[in-house]
Design a protein around this ligand. Structure first.
Ligand SMILES: [Mg+2]
Length: 251
């Protein structure tokens, strides 16, 4: 009961994502930002390959998968329709349908890199049981290196630090691509909006340089580690309050 005696309508569990999903699925601005990211990636790749001049280890790119090269927004819509939050069950169901589409410009860029002799490693927090479905989906989209040797999915750790080190041991990693800043540095894996923003400020010169960022306003560490402070057992009502409390207005 509300304090004035009215019963509040039940909280819709994923309605807060509607505007973000609408934007990602419909805005020409989303496509433009994706193209911008891959255009810059190509410019930087050419530059770094020239500087490398065939020396050192084999050149590689490390890229994230979800919302970096593959679009999973129908899964977010399903959660809105079913009035549910993100769940491993729904996600697995989506992944195994192999219906993810390409983030605009991704396949063209990845194939450009391959043609330049650069190996692509997909460092993703998809689970290993999703490997086969992911490879099939990637092949349909025409992504290069869609094979087990180039997919580094999560084991018991969500941090990508060890998997990055694994690739760096054998390759010169020229670029990192991602939609979540933990796709670039473990420095963003802190449960604080303030600290994540401070790390972004520190690394200012890396963005559009070695780090190529794709837009994702729907989900990510900005929400789980930032808005929800790294705590996973908030109730839906508490989450709603936290969201509202962290909006900045004016007086
Ligand atoms: Mg991602």
């Amino acid at each position: 009961m509300h304090e004035n005696g009215n019963v509040l309508p039940p909280l819709k569990l994923s309605d807060h994502t509607i505007q973000a999903v609408l934007w990602q699925q419909n805005a020409a601005e989303y496509r433009a930002l994706s193209y911008q990211a891959f255009n810059i990636a190509q410019l930087r790749l050419d530059q770094f390959l020239k500087e490398k001049d065939g020396k050192g280890k084999k050149a590689a790119i490390i890229t994230d998968i979800d919302e970096t090269v593959m679009d999973n927004t129908p899964s977010s819509v399903k959660n809105i329709e079913e009035n549910q939050e993100f769940s491993e069950e729904e996600w697995a169901q989506w992944v195994h349908q192999e219906k993810a589409t390409e983030v605009p410009g991704a396949a063209k860029f990845l194939n450009y890199a391959k043609a330049k002799g650069v190996e692509i490693f997909y460092v993703s927090n998809r689970v290993t049981s999703a490997e086969e479905a992911t490879i099939q989906n990637m092949k349909t989209l025409g992504f290069p290196y869609a094979d087990k040797a180039h997919l580094l999915f999560r084991g018991d750790q969500s941090s990508k630090k060890e998997r990055f080190e694994q690739v760096n041991a054998t390759h010169d990693v020229l670029l990192y691509l991602g939609d979540n800043l933990s796709d670039f540095s473990h420095r963003f894996e802190v449960p604080s909006t303030k600290k994540r923003n401070a790390a972004a400020d520190d690394l200012e010169s890396e963005f559009g340089n070695r780090f190529i960022v794709l837009p994702n306003p729907i989900y990510g560490d900005w929400e789980t580690k930032g808005i929800f402070k790294g705590k996973y057992n908030w109730t839906a009502k508490e989450k709603d309050s936290l969201r509202r409390a962290q909006l900045k207005s004016y007086h």
